[in-house]
Design a protein around this ligand. Structure first.
Ligand SMILES: [Zn+2]
Length: 356
């Protein structure tokens, strides 16, 4: 409808938005208001004069155009006023609360996830015993994840229903445990095993299995693997080391017990229970009244695992263990749902600050 309006009004219409944004206080806004919609001498007043003078057959259309433009200006002015008032209130509040004698605000600092803290703590427990940390890739070969660990060709863990295989590289998979780090490390150190006099390490990390997400399962979770190879290593060394480590974690009165079990990469294999750290073995909900909680799987390294890495199993022996980090964290913190550890709910993470 610009064609109905004289050039000066069209020009004013075009510069209105810019002028409005340039108003940084209510005084400037009042001046702009006067210039556009004031009773006298404003663009609106000028438009009313034009309307009066217009030929009769144009009055209706011109009147509508003028009203629309005027309304647009008034709404713009009102909105800007609300904005400026909010800014002013904020400024006043800041000025009133500002006390130059107060110390500067402390920026909120982040913290490690409870699972990472627990893994760090396990590493610290084993460090004085000469254990260092080994790492491996999360995308693994079948050889490192299964074959090197004496896992038979027909083992159910190899099925694509249990394991994530890479679509483009069917021989690659997301590691299902931290145990391939054993294979990689043994292969690397096999040549200078004699010079080293053995090896001992922990391997903490993420692992993946095709599990549905529920309170106790997740397709991604964490494990800490431990391994020691030396001369004449037997079950007594495994038991002694675990007793030391689990007492460091759960308290000096912690008892452990070993129950025979089967894992392809150890022989003999065992499951390890600790006396329930929550009830002092008296019996509670967490230990289901038994006073014991299963905490990890372990055993003496199967000769085939050493053989695969090129290590003479007649000369060398050792033990290995693997534990689920989520499981331990859930027990220690009495958290019933492992999803809480991944969901980044600040309230949960804050409450977990006392986990260790
Ligand atoms: Zn208990």
């Amino acid at each position: 409808m610009d064609h109905l309006l004289p050039p000066e009004i069209v020009k004013a219409e075009h510069s209105f938005t810019e002028s409005l944004a340039a108003c940084l206080d209510t005084d400037a806004l009042l001046r702009l208001k006067g210039a556009y919609v004031g009773r006298e001498g404003s663009h609106a007043a000028r438009m009313m004069e034009l309307l009066k003078a217009a030929p009769k057959d144009q009055k209706r259309e011109l009147g509508a155009a003028i009203n629309a433009l005027k309304q647009q200006w008034e709404e713009g002015l009102k909105a800007r006023q609300t904005e400026l008032e909010a800014v002013k209130r904020q400024r006043n509040a800041l000025a009133a609360s500002w006390d130059p004698a107060l110390p500067p605000p402390v920026p909120a600092s982040g913290a490690l996830n409870p699972l990472n803290r627990l893994m760090d703590r396990l590493v610290e427990v084993f460090r004085p015993l000469g254990f260092h940390v080994e790492e491996g890739p999360e995308i693994e070969t079948e050889a490192h994840n299964f074959d090197g660990l004496n896992i038979p060709e027909d083992h159910p863990a190899k099925a694509s229903s249990d394991t994530f295989y890479l679509a483009a590289h069917p021989d690659l998979l997301l590691r299902t445990h931290t145990s391939p780090v054993q294979v990689r490390t043994l292969l690397r150190v096999a040549k200078d095993m004699a010079a080293r006099g053995g090896i001992r390490f922990l391997a903490p990390g993420r692992v993946y299995r095709k599990d549905e997400i529920d309170p106790t399962h997740s397709p991604m979770f964490h494990q800490v693997e431990g391994m020691l190879v030396g001369h004449g290593i037997g079950m007594q060394h495994l038991k002694g080391t675990l007793e030391y480590a689990l007492r460091a974690l759960f308290g000096p009165r912690t008892e452990i017990r070993l129950r025979p079990s089967y894992f392809p990469f150890v022989e003999p294999g065992c499951e390890v229970d600790v006396s329930c750290p929550l009830c002092g073995a008296k019996g509670c909900r967490v230990c289901k009244g038994s006073g014991w909680v299963e905490i990890l799987g372990a055993g003496l390294i199967h000769p085939n695992v050493l053989k695969y890495a090129g290590i003479d199993s007649a000369e060398w022996s050792g033990w290995a263990f693997g534990m689920g980090v989520e499981r331990m964290a859930m027990m220690l913190s009495q958290t019933p749902d492992l999803r809480l550890f991944f969901e980044n709910d600040q309230r949960f993470l804050k409450a977990m600050g006392g986990l260790d």
